[in-house]
Design a protein around this ligand. Structure first.
Ligand code: PLP
Length: 391
């Protein structure tokens, strides 16, 4: 047997073999194997992709504009890297909109959040730097640490006193210390205390703060600028990152920073320099969403209300629930248990998927409820009733 088939067999035995689901999307539902289920596994947090009225209007306006040719901001390819001919007016407009919305002086957009995290860290951290990262940061951040020349140290999840001690130690030994974390964690749904992180950063010399708001951008804050807006620290975070592929129903990612850092990355960040820029058409849609973001308060409130109901129901069932957001883990423990529970939920019409190692630590397999604003209060209640029955 080849090494590959050996490993595949082992994954199957452990209940950790993965495959790409074949599903059909129908608004907020998915169709799979003849079943129609409410999609509780997508990151379309504001419901903009599954209730595509805004998208329909955008595309019909676009079709209208293409009657006599394709204007540059509707092209489906940028045909080049941002540094060559791939920067279109609309890329700059998106960056300007981000600056306007956040009040920060510079913004830079990337092809994806993965590229962003995998590229920024190696660019900014050299061998005289140390990266202090939360134990549960996303794989893209881990890969960025692996690619960088810096020493990397992981601190216990959300353990601010351990982080403080590490920052004290390394700020003496290293020229640059970079604290890296997420504002809402993808698998536990817990919300970071950014104010304390900012205090720690300011307490020691040469410390910078890097926060990934992938799950909070669009969802949190009065105007949708994330947990940083909610906690009033937008200006205190050196690298404030977000993605367009989740709540913003588009593709790509962004960094808010100061002008010098932006210029440095344009010169040094390989996944920015050596990849084809996001297509203008997609950027134009991102711009549209950004311009409407402040007005989506009702969606944010509906999402927060339904999420709170689900969190308390999970706790009533006796399960540990670290979440403080619209991402709610339902802890199952072993992978086989998570698979069985997911299957039962799917039979009852709710499309939940098991999340297993290596995405989460061994023994913490779970279902990850990823709630969206497209889900109504009535659907939330029905979901809770089913959950209580099956747990
Ligand atoms: C989804 C995610 C990313 C990756 O973003 P993409 O645009 O999907 O590549 C990065 N960081 C975190 C925390 C994420 O959840």
């Amino acid at each position: 047997m080849s090494a590959f088939s050996d490993q595949l067999l082992r994954l199957r035995e452990e209940g950790n073999l993965r495959s790409l689901p074949e599903i059909v999307h129908e608004g907020k539902h998915v169709l799979k194997d003849g079943r129609r289920m409410l999609n509780l596994s997508s990151n379309d947090y504001l419901g903009l992709a599954s209730e595509p009225e805004m998208m329909r209007r955008f595309m019909s306006d676009a079709a209208e504009s293409c009657r006599n040719g394709v204007p540059e901001d509707l092209l489906l390819s940028s045909s080049s890297s941002r540094l060559l001919t791939g920067t279109f007016g609309v890329h700059s407009l998106v960056e300007q909109a981000l600056c306007r919305l956040s009040g920060r002086e510079a913004a830079l957009v990337f092809s994806s959040g993965y590229h962003m995290n995998e590229g920024i860290l190696p660019a900014i951290a050299d061998s005289s730097s140390v990266i202090l990262a939360d134990k549960l940061v996303h794989a893209s951040i881990i890969d960025g640490m692996r690619l960088s020349q810096a020493k990397s140290v992981r601190y216990r999840h959300q353990d601010m006193s351990q982080l403080d001690a590490l920052a004290a130690k390394y700020s003496k030994e290293c020229e640059r210390t970079i604290i890296v974390t997420e504002s809402i964690f993808s698998m536990d749904g817990d919300v970071s205390d950014l104010r304390t992180l900012v205090e720690i950063k300011k307490r020691y010399p040469g410390v910078m703060l890097y926060v990934d708001e992938a799950h909070a951008a669009g969802v949190c804050g009065k105007t949708g600028m994330g947990v940083a807006e909610e906690q009033c620290v937008i200006n205190d975070i050196d690298f404030l990152c977000g993605t367009f592929g989740k709540a913003l129903a588009s593709a790509g990612a962004y960094l808010l920073c100061d002008k010098e850092i932006r210029e440095f990355l344009v010169n040094r960040m390989r996944p920015l320099i050596f990849t084809t820029a996001i297509p203008p058409f997609n950027m134009l849609w991102t711009l549209k969403v950004l311009e409407s973001l402040a007005d989506m308060r009702e969606r944010r409130e509906r999402l927060a209300g339904n999420a709170a109901k689900i969190r308390s129901a999970v706790r009533v069932c006796g399960l540990e629930c670290p979440s403080g957001s619209h991402i709610v883990p339902i802890m199952a423990g072993e992978s086989h248990r998570a698979i069985a529970l997911a299957e039962k939920m799917q039979k009852s019409g709710f499309y939940l998927l098991p999340v297993r190692p290596p995405t989460v630590p061994e023994g913490t397999s779970r279902l990850r409820v990823s709630l969206t604003a497209a889900v109504t209060g009535e659907e939330t209640d029905r979901f809770i009733a089913t959950l209580k029955e099956l747990l």
